[in-house]
Design a protein around this ligand. Structure first.
Ligand code: SF4
Length: 340
């Protein structure tokens, strides 16, 4: 786990405190115990002379005569922006951010592969809920200082164990998850939407740390998919289109395996509330991949094997000088395990 279990300086020289087992890791860390890019790679880059622009968002990139221009928006003063010129630009804004920047550049005339935005993969991810388990698992986050019941066993960090349910049809990994308080608080509403008034009242009365909720656990699934999602710009922001993901055979198969596992433990399988139309009707995934998929040529990829961005005006393997993608956007398929 990339979490500090005793206080001290990390490899980048940044102080990290010990994990307090509050279970809030999904939304960030309450005490700075969890490693983040900001306190590892970026801190190290600053030590090596890099300048970091805080409260800023890279808005666009465009080609200049000598290299690239990046327009950076000041997020504390929306009207202000800054132009940075550089001979080399490495895009590492995450799968969604990197693809968004290249889609905008393409819209403004930069020649890029026709594969841009394609091959979006959810890495076979999904989130399901096991309820009514035989024993308490205490997997509802407590915050720090703890708001949980006195004397209750600590929740512990999120995703500390893996169960391998893979077989000859493909990988299926199950990670244990902790539930954020905001999600646990949706339990009465979810019961109401399912016309379960008695259940809603029970949840309201018992609160998020009731005996019933202590027997409830989020499970994350990581499996496979066919990377057939598509990203596009809508009102200048990236959107993912993948209406078929819920019914994708690999996802359904993985879900069935986890359902069987939960029922064998005496629990009840439940879909996560966010798949209900009232909560947005979406799946929850942790590892978005693709959009700038790697390929051998501009016909089958947006970047080459070394992350250089293809330029279709220069032939099948020609690239834009000085433009690179270096993050999950370049991954051309589900990996079948957590990408890191
Ligand atoms: S459980 Fe997670 S959020 Fe809480 S202190 Fe540990 S790493 Fe941070």
């Amino acid at each position: 786990m990339t979490i500090s279990h005793r206080p001290g300086l990390n490899v980048a020289g940044v102080m990290q405190y010990a994990c307090r087992h509050c279970g809030d890791c999904w939304s960030g860390c309450n005490v700075g115990a969890k490693n983040t890019v900001g306190i590892t790679y970026i801190a190290d880059a600053v030590d090596h002379g890099a300048t970091v622009l805080c409260e800023s968002r890279a808005q666009s990139i465009s080609k200049t005569e000598s290299g690239w221009e990046v327009v950076v928006q000041n997020l504390s003063k929306a009207s202000e922006s800054r132009r940075i010129e550089a001979p080399i630009v490495v895009l590492a804004a995450g799968t969604l951010g990197t693809t968004e920047l290249l889609l905008r550049a393409q819209q403004r005339g930069l020649k890029l592969s026709a594969r841009l935005g394609k091959k979006f993969s959810a890495n076979g991810d999904d989130l399901v809920i096991a309820s009514d388990l035989g024993e308490p698992v205490n997997a509802i986050a407590t915050g720090f200082p703890s708001q949980g019941p006195r004397g209750a066993a600590p929740v512990g960090p999120h995703s500390m164990a893996l169960i391998d349910l893979g077989d000859e049809h493909g990988p299926v990994w199950v990670h244990d998850g902790t539930m954020l308080t905001v999600m646990a608080a949706l339990a009465p509403l979810k019961a109401l939407l399912q016309l379960n008034v008695r259940g809603a009242l029970r949840h309201l009365k018992g609160g998020i740390y009731s005996d019933e909720m202590s027997r409830t656990q989020i499970l994350y699934i990581v499996a496979h998919d066919d990377a057939s999602g598509q990203m596009r710009l809508q009102n200048d922001r990236v959107m993912v289109d993948w209406p078929g993901y819920s019914d994708a055979p690999e996802r359904v198969r993985a879900e069935q395996k986890v359902k069987t596992l939960i029922e064998r433990m005496g629990g009840k399988f439940k879909v996560n509330p966010f798949t209900m139309a009232a909560f947005g009707g979406n799946r929850i995934i942790a590892h978005p991949l693709g959009g700038c998929a790697m390929g051998e040529t501009v016909e089958d990829g947006v970047v080459g094997p070394d992350g250089r961005v293809f330029d279709p005006t220069k032939g099948p393997k020609g690239v834009h000088d000085g433009l690179y993608v270096c993050d999950g956007a370049a991954v051309p398929s589900a990996i079948g395990s957590a990408p890191s």
